[in-house]
Design a protein around this ligand. Structure first.
Ligand code: ME8
Length: 515
């Protein structure tokens, strides 16, 4: 049986249109899902939408639509974005679906039976924007108004509420983090969570009575469930819960919950506590990535500067956008989107370094090797060094993907691309054509084989472009998985190649193009 890999994005609130922040998380998970599939895993890649709660209810109200029609419409925008970004999701969950309501109610019953939920009343601060409860000491005052640590406004709430006995989970959670040092990444975020939990935990309000848009609490429908208990459960709903036979045992626990740093606490503290309370397994890892700003500014509705990923795909190209998002920042860090940075990356790395290499080499092969994979002679040390570097890439890619270090994965690949470009210049096959055609064939063979490695390994990031590169190398569609990256599967000399075509166009500004 093949190894399984289950990766999830957060489920996005349907209060607003998707922007590049949402695109980022989903793209990172797509790269992981594709990588693991190519590496022989049976992958489940889940995304979806978080549709209940006060924030969504308010957005529907503001739009003058009932919440269900509103969520149907906005959820579809997130679903459409998956196609626009060529993401390979296996399932799309909506928290308003019956399968999810069944799962959340089953989880609630289980927590209740085990004595972890009790009825009380809540009096305290709540932020609708964060959908989170805060204590006075966490708040700051800005222009006379109390604000959550995120900067979101808060309101005073007093209502009957069920509570989850989170305070009892401090020690079990700390023991769990200790026993599983890779559970929270990156390290700096892990430390933040540890100090939060060490500071003590208060029981968590897990139901609301002052509005209706949510999953009813079983046997007490005056209450609806707190939106985060509802939302987090999506990860087990999609694995089949409450049916714990079947798919569930294969999928759960998830290998990775990818989230932004804003929602780490919910995933790394509340979620494992709920699961432990219910006697269910805890996910293997939560990675909290950094935050994008745009041209130096926070993206916000009021500034109207949120960038639509579809517009970037239209302007710069799909793979160019995918590449930029996963290349520009050390994954985990915050970063800034700017058009200048986008153009620099696509022109210097994709068009110049990789595109030119492949176009140069394939044109020489087309002209000088009868349009077929060249026949190499004995390999010289320089050839073996380049092929050795290409062969060694898979291991470094695995290490990078397993730690979600996309930037390191790309660094390693582009290091080989850089070596290949230097090798072309040093070996000067255009000169060898006249002086030593047999040696020219060996050099060109070394290069096309190196390009084969690069194109196979870049598939998770720029899948469409790699498909075209591999077509140009006449690599059959069923020979593009990572098990083909060994010397046993080198390109077969004499295989006819199609006419080469550029894969990574340069982006030329309109004023330059017109001049
Ligand atoms: O929090 N930079 O949904 P949400 C980077 N429904 N990533 C960003 C970003 C930015 N500027 N803006 C958004 C929720 N994101 C809950 C989740 S999960 C059980 C429930 C990404 O629509 C990032 O992944 O507010 C962040 O965590 C997520 O979108 C928040 O999406």
């Amino acid at each position: 049986m093949s190894r399984s890999y289950y990766v999830t994005t957060p489920i996005y609130y349907v209060n607003d249109k998707p922007h590049i922040g949402h695109a980022y998380t989903t793209l990172a998970c797509d790269a992981l899902a594709r990588f693991k599939r190519l590496d022989g895993y049976d992958v489940m890649f889940l995304t979806g939408t978080d549709e209940h709660g006060q924030k969504v209810e308010a957005a529907a109200d503001a739009a003058g639509v009932d919440p269900q029609s509103f969520t149907d419409r906005v959820s579809q925008n997130f679903r459409d974005l998956i196609g626009v970004m060529n993401c390979s999701t296996d399932d799309f969950i909506r928290t308003t679906e019956p399968r999810h309501v069944t799962a959340v109610q089953a989880l609630w019953r289980r927590l209740k039976e085990k004595g972890h939920i009790y009825l009380g009343s809540y009096a305290g601060w709540y932020s609708v924007r964060d959908e989170a409860f805060y204590v006075e000491t966490e708040l700051t005052t800005v222009n006379g108004e109390k604000r959550a640590p995120s900067g979101a406004p808060v309101e005073w709430v007093e209502e009957p509420s069920y509570f989850f006995d989170l305070s009892k989970w401090q020690e079990p959670l700390l023991a769990f983090y200790e026993a599983n040092p890779d559970f929270i990444a990156p390290e700096s975020r892990r430390n933040e969570v540890l100090s939060f939990v060490r500071g003590g935990l208060r029981d968590l309000s897990v139901s609301r009575t002052s509005f209706k848009w949510g999953v009813p609490v079983p046997d007490d429908d005056a209450h609806i469930m707190y939106v985060w208990l509802d939302a987090l459960t999506n990860y087990i709903t999609a694995a089949g819960y409450p049916d714990t036979d079947g798919q569930y045992s294969k999928r759960w626990p998830a290998d990775l919950h990818m989230v932004g740093k804003d929602i780490l606490r919910f995933h790394a503290v509340y979620w494992p506590a709920f699961l432990m309370g219910a006697g269910l397994e805890v996910p293997k890892r939560v990675f909290a990535h950094g935050w994008w700003t745009v041209e130096g500014q926070k993206m916000s509705k009021s500034l109207g500067n949120a960038i639509d990923p579809a517009a970037l795909v239209d302007t710069y190209g799909l793979d160019q956008f995918r590449y930029f998002m996963l290349r520009e920042l050390p994954f985990g860090n915050d970063g800034d989107f700017s058009h200048r940075a986008m153009i620099n990356r696509m022109n210097s790395e994709l068009a110049n370094d990789l595109g030119n290499l492949s176009q140069r080499v394939l044109s020489m092969v087309a002209k000088n090797c009868a349009g077929a994979v060249p026949q190499p002679g004995a390999f010289a040390a320089a050839d073996e060094a380049l092929l050795g570097a290409a062969d060694a890439l898979l291991e470094s890619q695995r290490a990078a993907y397993d730690t979600q270090a996309f930037h390191k994965a790309l660094d390693a690949i582009f290091d080989v691309v850089g070596r290949a470009n230097r090798y072309v210049d040093e070996q000067a096959p255009w000169t060898l054509r006249k002086t030593d055609p047999a040696r020219m064939a060996t050099v060109l063979y070394t290069l096309v084989e190196t390009i084969r490695h690069v194109a196979i390994l870049l598939q998770p990031i720029v899948p469409g472009s790699c498909e075209r590169m591999l077509d140009q190398l006449a690599v059959p569609a069923d020979a593009r998985d990572f098990d083909r990256l060994t010397p046993d599967y080198r390109l077969v000399p004499g295989t006819p190649l199609p006419k080469p075509e550029g894969v990574f166009p340069r982006w030329v500004a309109e004023e330059e193009a017109g001049s």
